[in-house]
Design a protein around this ligand. Structure first.
Ligand code: IPM
Ligand code: MG
Length: 359
């Protein structure tokens, strides 16, 4: 198969985990006889250094001319967020990219890896016999992220507001996606909202209920977001597909990272209605550990496996990567984020060597 992939490493740990993922891409090409053209683009702070903006036209062009996008991470240290390089970096880069390609739904799987049960902070009795296997479907183009943001001063008082907005069409898209996904899994959708307070959530609940009629085999449950946050830690195995709004999805997907034990293990995929997609780790640029060759590359590598499966329908190839990750973890190789005995942790490139050896 011949395909073109946009490679956008970005900032922080992005470039180093992407470099390792490219080694995996090359291995898959050779082993399965595919040809992937990798077109690199600058994004975020890295783009700002070169072009003076966070999302240059050349990068947009690279993305438009590809079959899928593999994205690293963007953003700098919180303490430097007022500098020109980092100011509004995330908004101008990843949020602009999502908006530009209309990536409306974001899929974030969270499961317990049996090999890593020792680092999962949940007790065995909470994990239960069947383990935990949740897919979060996060709406990606609405909510407080894309409503008006404003800071102002009235009567010498500093004020700010961020407006949360949804229309029914936006909600319908993720509703259908969630029910379709649940049909391939355990036929259960939990819709998470704050309908006891927010109008956007009331609309959300109404639309989810309406769309559920088209999927009689799937059970729909509604849950308030505050309760959901607690349920993640007291009874996480009740969830199959969880669908929620942009901001709740952002927060809950980080919380769900406690289930595998690290954000460094969590891949994600963002789709538009035409099926074009961007794949990225759920975690951020982690500037505090960047450049040290200690970051966990697994989230980026598994994001590539998701790309193979979802965008190119290369199931065997994707499974071979996932299996290799499991074998590596089973053999006891760990980066520092998933290693209880930090002195035994191996580096970003070393764990990739191991994964490569199992493919
Ligand atoms: C994520 C990230 C982004 C988000 C940031 C970098 C803007 O946290 O993908 O979860 O909030 O969506
Ligand atoms: Mg986030």
């Amino acid at each position: 198969m011949k395909k073109t992939i946009s490679i956008l490493p970005g900032d922080g740990i992005g470039p180093e985990v992407m470099e390792q993922t490219i080694r995996i891409i090359k291995k898959i090409e050779n082993k399965f006889d595919h040809y992937f053209t990798l077109n690199h683009g600058y994004i975020g702070g890295a783009a700002f250094e070169k072009y003076g903006c966070h999302f240059p036209d050349t990068t947009l062009h690279v993305c438009k001319n590809s079959d899928a996008i593999l994205f690293g991470s963007v953003g700098g240290p919180i303490l430097e967020s007022h500098s020109v390089k980092w100011k509004d970096c995330e908004k101008n880069s990843i949020l602009a990219l999502r908006k530009n390609f209309q990536f409306s739904s974001n899929i974030r799987p969270a499961k317990v890896y049996p090999e890593l049960q020792d680092i999962c902070p949940l007790k065995d009795s909470v994990i239960g016999e069947n383990g935990i296997d949740i897919v979060i479907v996060r709406e990606l183009l609405g909510d407080i992220y894309f409503g008006e943001h404003k800071s102002y001063i009235i009567d010498n008082i500093r004020k700010a507001h961020d407006i949360s907005e949804y229309d029914e069409k936006q909600i319908e898209i993720v509703a259908h996606q969630s029910f379709k996904l649940a049909k391939l899994r355990k036929n259960k959708v939990t819709s998470v909202d704050k309908a006891n307070v927010l109008d956007t959530s009331k609309l959300w609940r109404t639309i989810l209920t309406e769309i559920s009629k088209e999927y009689p085999d799937v059970t729909l449950e509604h849950m308030l977001v505050d309760n959901c946050a607690m349920q993640f830690f007291i009874n996480p195995s009740q969830f199959d597909v969880l669908v929620t709004a942009n901001l709740f999805g952002d927060i809950l997907s980080d919380a769900a990272a406690a289930i595998p034990g690290s954000l460094g293990l969590m891949p994600s995929a963002s789709f538009n209605v035409k099926g074009f997609a961007l794949y990225e780790p759920s975690g951020g640029s982690a500037p505090q550990i960047a450049g040290k060759n200690i970051a966990n590359p697994i989230a980026q590598i598994l994001s590539f496996a998701m790309l193979l499966k979802q965008s190119f329908h290369l199931i065997e190839e994707a499974n071979s990567i996932e299996q290799a990750v499991h074998s590596t973890l089973k053999a006891g190789y760990r980066t520092q984020d998933i290693c209880l005995n930090k002195s035994k942790a191996i580096t970003t490139s070393e764990i990739t060597d191991k994964i490569l050896s199992f493919i």
